[in-house]
Unconditional design. Structure first.
Length: 230
């Protein structure tokens, strides 16, 4: 019997963050968590939401596939658990529609919350009707095959962001963010502090205070040589 080829593998178990931490990060949202965590974690802007008004947070199950081939996506379904987010990357750039409503049906049956992919999806109207959210590089009807080996639960790069198996992935209308498990709890605490601070600032601004004064920016303008002309 032939052994593994060039290290292709399916890792069945991943380390996951605590569900309440993931839920809190999803509630805070991508933009707030990104800022609170030190402006880290963002997936690039090419991966965009294909629906509006949906926010998810879960643990990453990662897939590394050959372009135009979704064999390993099917293999990944088996290791998914409720609360996971499937994250698909390809070994070279691809916009092929390697994910559609049938795969989404399998994932929903296993409690998977959504999909993030650096490639393309198809059957988007049906995915929206199903309530299965996706963030993708493209929507493209180009079909794929099931022929090439790849890996499940290995580190992948999605539009410039390294995503490791088990990373906390949150996604909403602002995009996608991934944090390592050990970063999740500090990020949650920082996000809570940021939300409280922003509530105070929002009330101050609503009362008529200018941002120039709230953030003490007038001295900076002066130092930069900016002058007012009446």
């Amino acid at each position: 019997m032939a052994g593994p080829t060039r290290g292709h593998r399916i890792v069945r178990e991943v380390r996951r963050a605590e569900p309440e931490v993931i839920a809190a990060l999803a509630q805070a949202g991508v933009a707030t968590v990104h800022e609170a965590a030190g402006r880290v974690g963002l997936v690039g802007p090419a991966v965009v939401p294909r629906q509006q008004g949906t926010a998810i947070g879960g643990s990453a199950i990662t897939v590394l596939s050959h372009p135009g081939d979704n064999l390993m996506v099917h293999a990944a379904v088996e290791v998914c658990r409720p609360g996971d987010v499937l994250v698909i990357a390809t070994t070279s750039p691809s916009t092929d529609g390697m994910f559609g409503d049938l795969l989404a049906t399998s994932l929903q049956a296993r409690g998977v919350l959504g999909l993030v992919t650096d490639a393309g999806v198809r059957d988007i109207a049906t995915l929206r009707e199903m309530g299965f959210p996706v963030w993708s590089r493209a929507v493209h009807a180009q079909g794929t095959v099931k022929a090439s080996p790849g890996s499940v639960n290995v580190p992948v790069v999605v539009d410039g962001r390294l995503v490791r198996p088990g990373d906390v992935v949150i996604a909403d209308d602002d995009g996608v963010l991934a944090l390592a498990v050990e970063e999740a709890e500090p990020a949650r605490q920082a996000a809570e502090r940021r939300i409280a601070s922003e509530e105070e600032k929002r009330a101050t601004l609503a009362a008529g205070t200018l941002g120039l004064d709230l953030y003490n920016l007038r001295p900076l303008l002066e130092r930069l040589g900016v002058t007012y002309v009446d």
